[in-house]
Design a binder for this molecule. Structure first.
Ligand code: 5GP
Length: 120
C-alpha cells in the first residue's frame, strides 16, 4: 500500500514557511517554486497544499476542487513563466521505481530549451 504522509518532508517544511523557496505562484490549492537543482533553464515544482504523498494518493483522495485548482495552477505557472510559445514538459515521479525523492506530490515543469524525447 501507499506510505503515510510524513509531515517532516522538505516540501511540507516549505509549505509551513520553515524553509525558504523561490516562489513563483501561491494560491489556495498550489504552491510553485524554482527547483534547487535545476535541470533546464526553467525548472519549477508545483505542489498541492494538501498532504498527498504522490500522484496515486492525490488522484485517489484529493477533492475535485483541489485537483482542478492544482492542474489549473500548473498550466498557469507555465504560461506566466513564458513557456507557452516554446513549449514545456510536465513530469511527476511516483515511488521507488519512479525515482521519487520527496514524498509530497509534486510535478516538475521543464522549459526554456528543447527538452527532447523522454527517456526512462
Ligand atoms: P523528485 O525526484 O522527488 O521528483 O524530485 C524532487 C525535486 O526536489 C528534485 O528535483 C530536487 O532538486 C528538488 N528539491 C529537493 N530539495 C529541495 C529544496 O529544499 N528546495 C527546492 N526548491 N527544491 C528541492
Amino acid at each position: 500500500g501507499l506510505p503515510p504522509y510524513d509531515d517532516a518532508n522538505i516540501f511540507a517544511r516549505i509549505l509551513r514557511g520553515e524553509i525558504p523557496c523561490k516562489r513563483v505562484h501561491d494560491d489556495a490549492h498550489a504552491l510553485a517554486f524554482h527547483d534547487i537543482n535545476p535541470q533546464a533553464p526553467v525548472h519549477v515544482l508545483v505542489i498541492p497544499k494538501g498532504r498527498y504523498v504522490s500522484i496515486a494518493d492525490f488522484g485517489a483522495s484529493a477533492t475535485e476542487a483541489e485537483i482542478t485548482g492544482f492542474w489549473r495552477a500548473v498550466a498557469s505557472v507555465a504560461k506566466d513563466l513564458g513557456l507557452e510559445a516554446g513549449g514545456y514538459r510536465v513530469l511527476t515521479n511516483m515511488g521507488e521505481d519512479g525515482g521519487q525523492e520527496v514524498p509530497h506530490f509534486h510535478v516538475h515543469i521543464f522549459g526554456g530549451r528543447r527538452i527532447g524525447r523522454m527517456v526512462p
